[in-house]
Design a protein around this ligand. Structure first.
Ligand code: GLC
Length: 533
């Protein structure tokens, strides 16, 4: 008997951006009771876990990624009682609940930072990273904030600069200080004791900086067409060897509790990404694999190459995972267009490893253009053109004026197509994107080959088609994805003689199919249950 799998292996994670999922009190901002009221939908959809972006008290300089109290609930989202109800209800619906842990930085309004900035000899001073000005009075080194401008801000009262890899209102914690580590580990324990099933850990690969804080060298490939904060190679402010020891400590905290998960936010190519599983699989359970998001070209060959490189790079026993979208990156339907977006969902939900779905992608939501006067994202304000607001707009539930999200004025504009593209309309349409995603999730649940089976690329002799086999025990499934805008015919008799269509991206085909002349329509993907493998 093989060891049974954990929920975070066979299940699917659904990311909720709390500002935009469901408003329950008409203030135009999503909230916890709103999420609770939509758990039925999530159970119907067939996801297994929800990860909620930060819900903690915050001045919202970065929409919750600037935490002022790690063990509270921001009143915009509700109360701790609302949270307890949400957690209990999620569990009652068979859903796990994953919170966002933001350990790299706090809000400048967190009591720790208020103490730290109050005096150079305050015991909290060393909880953050302070340095004297350079001889010319400028910042101590050339590091840049991810949100544009220098990564240092002068604190005039004490005459020193503090480091912030993001907004000036997000001072970086000093993870070389053991007191900081213990404080965050206690935060983890607080939520674990409540019964939270895990954490998605924000920018985990940035926690430790080079001890000497050397200047970052220029990136020779940078061009002025790219945002200015990308002009340096980030070799000293992230991905330092000592970060692994910290992550091992975090993992040990998670391991004090039964069956919890740690998911690390890490933007790295697969070869470096996999180091975050830990040499003994003792770091994060799932280092988020964003390589489908960052893939420069979506082609059959490009995706195949990525999948194969990842499969090769994974250490023995490491569990893979795939992500197509999140609150920081353009939506998949906008990047690829509606037809390829269906291929992308079929890929996500049939590859080996845990899929993470971003809210709204199941109905093909697209980036919503935000008028300049309504831009609220700190990145978008500082670096015009790079706002993340377009990917964070309210969920489109129905064709009512507030799209079923709110009866008030939504905090970000609704998509212009919300009346047509919404959950209610797509639930009623058997060919919709929502029906496709739900069907794929249903299939994935029922199929050990999909949720726990092996992966093997299938040679198809056509450069526009990516095909693979997923198998476990007697079950063999073939996935064939046509990335081209023209039909094709494949001869896959070397794989099997015939099969039964389990799902097509168009949701309009079923029944037996011969693999000797397998016809795929433009941008069509098929999952085929092989009868005679
Ligand atoms: C992560 C979050 C992003 C946030 C940043 C700083 O990348 O996903 O939304 O702005 O960290 O916390």
């Amino acid at each position: 008997m093989r060891a049974p799998h954990h929920w975070w292996q066979t299940g699917t994670v659904y990311q909720i951006y709390p500002w935009s999922f469901q408003d329950s009190n008409d203030d135009g901002i999503g909230d916890l009771p709103g999420i609770t009221s939509r758990l039925e939908y999530l159970e119907w959809l067939g996801v297994d876990a929800i990860w909620i972006s930060p819900i903690f008290p915050s001045p919202m300089a970065d929409f919750g990624y600037d935490v002022a109290d790690y063990t509270g609930i921001d009143p915009r989202f509700g109360t701790m009682e609302d949270f307890d109800r949400l957690l209990a209800a999620a569990h009652a619906h068979g859903l796990k609940l994953v919170l966002d842990l933001v350990p790299n930085h706090t809000s400048d309004e967190h009591p720790w930072f208020r103490q730290a900035r109050s005096a150079r000899d305050n015991p909290y001073r060393d909880w953050y990273i302070w340095r004297d000005p350079a001889p010319d009075g400028g910042p101590p080194n050339n590091w840049l904030s991810h949100f544009g401008g220098p990564a240092w801000t002068l604190d005039p009262a004490s005459g020193q600069y503090y480091l912030h890899l993001f907004d000036p209102k997000q001072p970086d914690l000093n993870w070389r200080n053991p007191a900081v580590r213990q404080a965050i580990y206690d935060v983890m324990r607080f939520w674990f004791r409540k019964g939270v099933d895990g954490f998605r850990v924000d920018v985990i690969w940035m926690l430790i900086k080079h001890p000497d804080l050397p200047d970052n060298p220029p990136d020779p490939n940078w061009t002025p067409a790219q945002p200015p904060q990308h002009r340096l190679l980030r070799i000293y402010d992230q991905h330092q060897p000592e970060v692994h020891a910290v992550i091992r400590e975090m993992r040990a905290v998670a391991d004090e509790f039964a069956d919890r998960v740690l998911i690390g936010e890490i933007y790295k190519p697969v070869e470096e990404l996999v180091t975050y599983y830990g040499a003994n699989l003792d770091e994060v359970h799932l280092p988020f694999n964003f390589n489908l998001i960052t893939l420069p070209e979506w082609s059959a060959a490009g995706v195949r190459d990525l999948v194969e490189r990842y499969e090769r790079a994974l250490p023995p026993g490491a569990w893979p995972n795939w992500v197509l979208g999140n609150h920081d990156r353009p939506r998949i339907a906008s990047r690829l267009g509606p037809a390829l977006a269906r291929i992308a969902q079929m890929l996500l939900l049939t590859l080996r490893g845990t899929p993470t779905l971003y809210y709204g992608d199941e109905i093909g939501m697209e980036d919503v253009p935000i008028p300049p006067e309504r831009v609220v994202d700190p990145l978008g304000i500082r670096v015009p053109g790079y706002s993340r607001d377009p990917v964070r707009t309210p969920m489109q539930w129905d064709d009512s004026p507030g799209a079923g999200f709110t009866r008030g004025e939504p905090w970000l504009p609704l998509a212009a197509d919300a009346r047509q593209r919404n959950v209610a309309a797509q639930r009623a349409d058997p060919h919709s994107m929502l029906s496709l995603v739900r069907h794929l999730l249903e299939l994935r649940h029922a199929s050990p080959a999909l949720n726990a089976g092996s992966y093997r690329t299938v040679e198809v002799g056509n450069p526009h088609v990516f095909a693979y086999l997923r198998a476990r025990g007697p079950e063999h499934l073939l996935v064939a994805l046509n990335f081209a805008d023209r039909p094709c015919r494949l001869d896959l008799r070397h794989v099997a003689a015939e099969g039964v269509i389990a799902v097509s991206t168009a949701m309009d085909r079923a029944g037996h199919i011969a693999l000797t002349d397998l016809d795929l329509r433009p941008y069509e993907g098929l999952v085929i249950d092989l009868l005679t493998p």
